[in-house]
Design a protein. Structure first.
Length: 108
């Protein structure tokens, strides 16, 4: 019985160490249940995962900086009036309604 309690505690301790580093807790608990002290030492010295790289910026037309409010832009078979540009998004008016659209979509 003491043997089972020891291995259960090894699994829990391994999972806690993995959680503190942002690792997959479930996998590390199973690893700790199977290999006990070896898994615990491994979870303590394991490096946390590298942060994910940010996604690349959306494609913005090269002439987006030249667009000015009040300019009429042809979008498909319609004409829209540019109200403002904020980063990669543009606020436009189509008829009596206002929309927010990606600049890349307007430039197409």
């Amino acid at each position: 019985m003491d043997y089972l309690i020891f291995w259960a505690l090894m699994g829990i301790a391994t999972g806690m160490a993995a959680h503190a580093k942002g690792l997959n807790v479930g996998g590390w608990i199973v690893y700790g249940l199977l290999l006990g002290p070896i898994a615990l030492i491994h979870s303590i010295v394991a490096k946390p995962p590298a942060p994910a790289e940010p996604p690349p910026p959306p494609a913005v037309p090269a002439d987006a900086g030249d667009w000015s409010p009040g300019q009429t832009i042809r979008h498909g078979d319609r004409r829209v009036v540019l109200l403002s540009v904020d980063g990669d998004r543009a606020r436009v008016r189509l008829g009596n309604s206002e929309y927010v659209a990606p600049l890349a979509e307007l430039a197409a």
